[in-house]
Ligand binder design. Structure first.
Ligand SMILES: [Cu+2]
Length: 489
């Protein structure tokens, strides 16, 4: 996987001749192209992230005004249901341009290692389970050249025990009208410049909030939230004309604020959660906390004026009443460069909000992820704990749990509150430690080659972990006992 990633992220790929998409009907100066990339074989219950390079492009020069993507059956062309495969996220990269926010510093790989040099291909469109679409306001487009080379970063989860395959399908509308105004994608991300930009919501504040005073008897009890932010200084003047976000389960929403203008809110992207009978909540096995069915997008032909040097803050707001692991806070916005913007704190436009008309809930939706193992027939089944008896950890400070390819070496451990555990990832594949359920949101990077992850456990309770890349094969239970309850032998 590392080799493939290096091949993709090196700018040399730009010299290859790209396959082209099929041209659909043309309306005026707009043509919609349909493009397919095979997923390759995805093993039973496998979670696969890969980097297809040199994927089909429209092969024409013009302006992309609309783009959307899905996973379709490679025979029927029909959308693949989540009960088969789930497209967790997909990012489209233009290898001929440098990224607006990571250009010059490169990307940290899916394995957490930096080493792709300083060239960062431009991320220009992305979607997750919410199937975000690029939908720019009339008169604007993302300029592409006929010879541009594209690549993808995709993560797909297989919900069945048998190997599967499908097509990543995308539609690109290109306008060849020379009067279109070009936009530049700006990728805003609270964990920017990483192939796996995840973080964890620990649920640290939850207990404190419960002890809070009952000031607002008539109002609903304020939900504990956690806000991760990242500031960007825009290097050029322009008008921000569109944007949409990507979050995971547990999100409240994403906002853009301007710290230099009293931190006023200038745009937001909000999740819509499915109804209880929506497939996201009913697909088995549960490989992660369900994400939203939609994220609202915003756009405006006037746009938000942004002055060169002005600071924009991305706020990724999550529910902190329970842990949420491997979450993301990303917003992709499009800026139309415009030198006529010469002042900070310009007027906020009246945004057109695009969102799903499907019925939904405002959330967040409490959801408990169980541990999943395999039964004698290789079918996924909910388990309470990994097989084997619970052992006492040998040390309070230096217990090392070996992690090999597809197993945790010590899958059932009891420790006393305040103890440390270190997982040593010695496999040749990448693995991680991810909380399924328990008192604190814990999730490690994707690790291999002897790298370690150490955690101090200060909250008593039962922690159920799995490897998010091999969820049905690798589980770990840690029972943390309080000091007083610990029995003397
Ligand atoms: Cu693993």
């Amino acid at each position: 996987m590392v080799v493939v990633a290096v091949a993709l992220l090196a700018p040399s790929g730009a010299s290859a001749v790209s396959p082209t998409c099929s041209a659909g009907p043309t309306v005026g100066t707009q043509t919609t192209y349909t493009c397919d990339v095979p997923t390759g074989t995805i093993g039973g219950y496998e979670v696969r992230q890969w980097y297809p390079a040199n994927v089909p492009t429209p092969g024409v020069s013009g302006y992309i005004t609309h783009m959307e993507t899905d996973v379709v059956d490679d025979v029927t062309g029909q959308q693949v249901p989540i009960s088969r495969l789930m497209l967790h996220h997909i990012v489209f990269l233009n290898l001929n341009r440098q990224d607006s926010t990571c250009g010059g510093q490169g990307y940290t790989g899916f394995d957490g290692r930096k080493g792709f040099g300083t060239f960062a291909p431009q991320r220009f469109y992305a979607a997750g389970e919410e199937r975000a679409k690029m939908s720019l306001p009339p008169g604007y487009g993302y300029h592409v050249n006929a010879g541009d080379t594209w690549a993808l970063v995709a993560m797909v989860m297989n919900h069945r025990s048998s190997a599967d395959h499908a097509l990543i399908h995308y539609q690109v509308t290109v306008d060849t009208n020379a009067g279109i105004q070009a936009v530049k994608p700006y990728w805003l991300d609270v964990r920017d410049c990483r192939a796996d930009p995840i973080y964890n919501v620990p649920s640290v504040k939850a207990n404190k909030a419960k002890k809070g005073k009952k000031k607002h008897k008539k109002k609903a009890k304020p939900r504990p939230t956690i806000d991760e932010t990242r500031d960007y200084v825009f290097p050029e003047s322009g008008r921000l004309i569109a944007g949409a976000g990507h979050v995971h389960g547990g999100a409240i929403g994403l906002t853009l604020t301007e710290p230099g203008c009293g931190n006023r809110a200038v745009a937001r992207s909000d999740p819509t959660w499915g109804l209880p009978d929506h497939p996201f909540y009913n697909v088995r096995p549960v490989l992660h906390e369900p994400g939203p069915i939609n994220m609202s997008a915003f756009r405006s032909t006037t746009g938000l004026p942004i002055h060169a040097g002005e600071r924009i803050r991305l706020n990724s707001i999550y529910d902190d009443s329970q842990p949420h692991v491997r979450v993301m806070g990303i917003m992709v916005v499009y800026l139309a460069p415009d030198a006529s913007v010469t002042q900070d704190c310009g007027p906020i436009p009246s945004w057109e909000i695009l969102k799903t008309d499907q019925p939904g809930r405002s959330g967040p939706i409490p959801f408990k992820i169980p541990l999943t193992g395999l039964d004698a027939n290789g079918q996924a089944t909910t388990i309470n704990a990994p097989p084997g008896r619970l052992r006492n950890a040998p040390s309070r400070t230096s217990t090392v749990i070996p992690v090999g390819d597809r197993f945790f070496g010590d899958p059932n451990l009891r420790i006393r509150r305040g103890s440390y555990l270190t997982w040593q990832f010695s496999g040749s594949e990448l693995h991680n430690l991810t909380l399924a359920n328990g008192p604190l949101g814990i999730g490690s990077d994707n690790l291999d080659g002897g790298r370690t992850y150490t955690q101090k456990f200060t909250r008593p309770g039962t922690y159920r972990f799995f490897c998010a890349l091999h969820p049905t094969q690798m589980q770990e239970r840690i029972v943390v006992t309080g000091r007083k309850k610990h029995k003397k032998k």
